[in-house]
Design a protein around this ligand. Structure first.
Ligand code: ATP
Length: 534
């Protein structure tokens, strides 16, 4: 570190760890960064805020050498540098946790981390270190577990631990907590504060403004690729930070009580054992989801949410077909397309890979779920693909959900994370389902757009759609659910009215401590609810 004497203060002036001057990045359809200045001091936790598509990830990718500026200068500890590649960035001491994970699904945690480290160490030798660091930082991991069996929350832990093993001087975190539990977030923050007190600088991107307030020393706000302001988060409120970010008053969502209608989706003692040895077995899961209601399912990632979505969507078939009924008909042995034909739409938690095919255009991604049922959307007629109809459908989603992109021909992978999420949720809503199941509907979505998505889901419910939302954000579930259940260790609690419970109570249930409450089937029997008979 270069130190220079400051005669007026009689204290040494510290060189910034990182300084960006006039950084620009231009893509064919958008100026992602426009002459951005940013300074990060040693030991500083610096937030970068902005709406979806404001240019945050692009800026971070330039600092990490994944992509390169078209103009501007980067200074590292006082010296001008070029960062041609991530390995050059790591050599400087820069680590990055990406928003979209770069993990090989068929390899174990230790094998993945060993591949990512510049010093070649065998996975066996690395395993104890991974265990140690993950425990020290409150992000428990089994080094021998295969990545494909892990939920997005667990995968995120792998990415964070991978970075921490490299002892970075600047740690870039692009939405590291988007799918971590509240306790994991608190532990991570303790660790980040410890890292910062040891001199590590942290660049922190998040849409969770309360986290930014709790953690960050400074914030730089981006709007449409430009720096629109800076702030000291502790002197702001989440609302004032949001308004600084979106440049207008924060929208809100409203749910008004209404009576639920007929049972649209019925899970009756649904049992499912995944092939994956690390998966979670679903045990006697029962729930009745009615027309015109939103039921939220809270839970810590990895407690059966993935399996539940697979069982409901048809990605995995059920031995007992009647344990899952859609509109009164057993569907447990039908494939996803057959379930979609009957009015089920769903949003999986992984947007790249499951929710959308990265290399396909938005229009083609619309076709992937919109072709069924034939005739309803008009995307396929007489076996022929109707490109104009598909393009019009995609344009409609882009306009209604304010998806920032270069149009319906843009590849899904070119969209910012939050904008792709808006497109996927918008696509499923626009298909006018009878039952809508969403996992992490606002993952990575900015606070203004999250309200827009939540309101769109509430509007669906008001139109009589039965909606199931799986989310790790308890506040979100309380904002938009009529009833809330908790999934823990593959069992589902009773779904209780949101107005009759509290975040604290649901938090206790999330640890699996709801035996004294009742499981859903038991409670339903006591309440005299009747499951639809086969
Ligand atoms: N490889 C690319 N090709 C074309 N356009 C791109 C590419 N990468 C990013 N963009 C565009 O640059 C803009 C900024 O994207 P970026 O991912 O930096 O936004 P962001 O602020 O990180 O958004 P989010 O909060 O949704 O992650 C967006 O309009 C995006 O579509």
């Amino acid at each position: 570190m270069n130190l220079a004497a400051d005669p007026s203060m009689q204290t040494p002036l510290v060189e910034p760890r990182l300084k960006l001057r006039g950084i620009s990045k231009i893509y064919p359809s958008v100026v992602a960064n426009d002459s951005v200045d940013l300074t990060v001091m040693p030991g500083e936790i610096h937030a970068v805020l902005g709406e979806n598509g404001a240019g945050k990830s692009t800026l971070m990718k330039m600092i990490y050498g994944v992509t390169h500026p078209d103009a501007g200068d980067i200074f590292w500890q006082g010296d001008p540098v070029r960062i041609p590649s991530p390995s050059a960035a790591r050599k400087l001491g820069i680590g990055m946790v990406f928003q979209h994970f770069a993990l090989f699904e068929t390899l174990t945690v230790a094998e993945n981390i060993a591949l990512a480290l510049d010093d070649k160490v065998s996975p066996e030798k690395l395993a104890p270190r991974i265990k140690q660091v993950s425990e020290d930082y409150g992000l428990p991991l089994d080094p021998h577990r295969l990545v494909h069996s892990m939920s997005v929350g667990e995968r995120q832990r792998v990415e964070i631990v991978r970075c921490l093993l490299q002892n970075p001087k600047l740690l870039i975190m692009d939405e590291p907590t988007s799918v971590l539990t509240p306790e994991a977030v608190l532990k991570l923050f303790e660790s980040l504060r410890r890292l910062a007190s040891e001199g590590c600088s942290i660049l922190y991107i998040s849409h969770k403004l309360d986290e930014i307030q709790a953690l960050c020393d400074k914030a730089t706000v981006l709007r449409s690729g430009r720096v629109s302001g800076t702030a000291v988060p502790r002197n702001e409120t989440p609302r004032s930070l949001a308004e600084l970010m979106i440049g207008r008053e924060l929208p809100s969502c409203h749910i008004t009580p209404r009576d639920a209608g007929d049972v649209r989706l019925a899970l009756d003692k649904l049992n499912f054992t995944p092939l994956d040895p690390f998966g979670t077995t679903l045990k006697d899961v029962s729930l009745q989801l009615r027309s015109g209601e939103i039921v939220g399912i809270a839970g810590v990632s990895g407690n059966g949410q993935q399996e539940l979505l697979k069982a409901i969507s048809g990605e995995c078939l059920l031995a007992d077909a009647a344990s899952l009924k859609l509109l009164g008909q057993p569907v447990g042995s039908l494939n996803p397309a057959q379930r979609r034909e009957r009015g089920l739409c769903f949003v999986p938690e992984e947007r790249l890979g499951r929710g959308a095919v990265p290399d396909l255009s938005l229009a083609d991604n619309a076709l992937l779920t919109g072709y069924v049922p034939e005739g309803k959307t008009g995307m396929v007629k007489g076996g022929l693909v109707q490109h104009k109809t598909i393009a019009a459908f995609a344009r409609d989603v882009i306009a209604r959900f304010n998806v920032k992109c270069g149009g319906e021909k843009s590849a899904a992978s070119s969209l910012s994370g939050g904008n792709l999420q808006k497109f996927i949720v918008g696509r499923e809503i626009t298909l006018a389902p009878k039952v809508l199941v969403l996992a992490q509907p606002t993952w990575g979505v900015d606070i203004g757009a999250a309200m827009l998505i939540r309101q769109a889901i509430i509007d669906m419910r008001d139109q009589g759609v039965a909606v199931l939302v799986l989310s790790e954000e308890i506040e979100e579930l309380f904002m938009m659910s009529d009833r809330i259940a908790v999934i823990a260790k593959g069992r589902l609690s009773r779904a209780v009215k949101t107005s009759e419970t509290s975040i604290n109570q649901v938090g206790v249930w999330m640890s699996g401590d709801f035996d004294h409450v009742e499981t859903a089937a038991h409670a339903a029997m006591q309440e005299g609810e009747h499951y639809v008979q086969a």
